[in-house]
Ligand binder design. Sequence first.
Ligand SMILES: Cc1cc2nc3c(=O)[nH]c(=O)nc-3n(C[C@H](O)[C@H](O)[C@H](O)COP(=O)(O)OP(=O)(O)OC[C@H]3O[C@@H](n4cnc5c(N)ncnc54)[C@H](O)[C@@H]3O)c2cc1C
Length: 398
Amino acid sequence: VTGPATVDLLVVGAGPGGTAAAIAAARAGLTVAVHDKARFPRDKICGDGLTTGALRLLEDLGLDPRFLQGWAPVLETVLVSPKGRHLVLPHPRDGVFAGVVPRAVLDGALVARARDAGARVEEGSALVQLDADEGGATARFDDGAVVRAPWVIAADGTYSATRRLLDPAAGPAKGDMHAFRQYFEGWNDDRLWVLFERDLLPGYAWVFPVGDGGANVGFGVHRSEGVPTRYLAQLWDDVLARPAMRAVLRDAQPAGRRQAWPIPASLGPLTSGRVLFVGDAAAAADPLTGEGIGQALWTGIAAVDAVQAGGDGRAVRARYETDVERGLAVDLRFARQLLGVFGRPRGCELSMRVIDASPWTRSRFARWMFEDYPRALLKTPGRWHRGAMSSPGAFARV
Ligand SMILES: Cc1cc2nc3c(=O)[nH]c(=O)nc-3n(C[C@H](O)[C@H](O)[C@H](O)COP(=O)(O)OP(=O)(O)OC[C@H]3O[C@@H](n4cnc5c(N)ncnc54)[C@H](O)[C@@H]3O)c2cc1C
């Protein structure tokens, strides 16, 4: 009988959170095993949009999405107010500030990058049992693999199996938004469109370009606003037929099924014994925009930093929780506060008028919206550094 494979770090889930952790850990010289129940390339229901923050982290991790199939660079974003006002936000040109790449492609490339960095990635291997103790955890997978590690990073998404195995009473990560997505084809536009429809606020509808005349179309609504699930599918047909949406989509035709998935944005719990939760498993998405790729990459790297810093279990957990509080939680709370402003039609119209006041306000807002600098930077002067609000985008040197 062979014993469990022993590694320094076990990562459950190979989406952006898990692969970022795997790359960071392998680079730091740790032995890493990553297990994902899916086989790659696999789709993830998503808007596929990459913020400046996400792009900078991909650059740090050694992945340049500009060379991936389906990449669409975004040089301009158009916001449409509930009353139909158009607000055009040009992105700075010194580096990449926003872009779109299908998750089937991005996540496959991240898995390949993790393997190149030295991580062992097992596909088609779902976590089914987790026995955690003071010194680590032993995990069993449905392909028969058994892995023992002093630390586990749970990057297994909204319905985190790791969380359910540790606490059978735990529900899925709390979803603020519930979102629909459908791919379209025959769309010849390279701008990113965000449509604020009165009844979707503080949620919104989007049309994002993907390479070769494709579009990623969807909408997200806040569950707390009391929209029952069964109405969402009807709402989707309705949103697609609205004049504001028709004007953007023009002759584009659906190229795939419409699919729905929650966006968990209520951050935490972050730790449990020898397990650190990252990305959607930690409900780390932005409650205002619903973006979670950058947050998944960021928490994945932060979790590895905490493991690397060493110390006993309590020290590692405390380090991770402190880092997330300082580097992310403060921004997510600020984003949540803004829901009260953007969430009302009047607040939304008024904000758009203020943002539209000058080229300066438009460019500042675009940088803020795309996470060029931390959301709540002005509230936390301790994080300020020279050039914080005017630094180049990602891949500016390449
Ligand atoms: C409709 C929609 C639109 C969105 N649009 C955007 C956007 O435009 N930009 C943006 O930044 N974010 C967007 N998001 C949020 C973003 O998709 C998520 O925040 C992001 O995917 C989180 O990454 P993750 O690595 O934490 O989890 P995931 O990407 O969900 O990866 C989790 C992985 O865990 C694996 N797994 C699950 N269970 C097990 C198990 N038992 N054993 C092993 N593996 C397991 C899964 O197969 C999966 O590969 C959107 C979300 C939705 C729903």
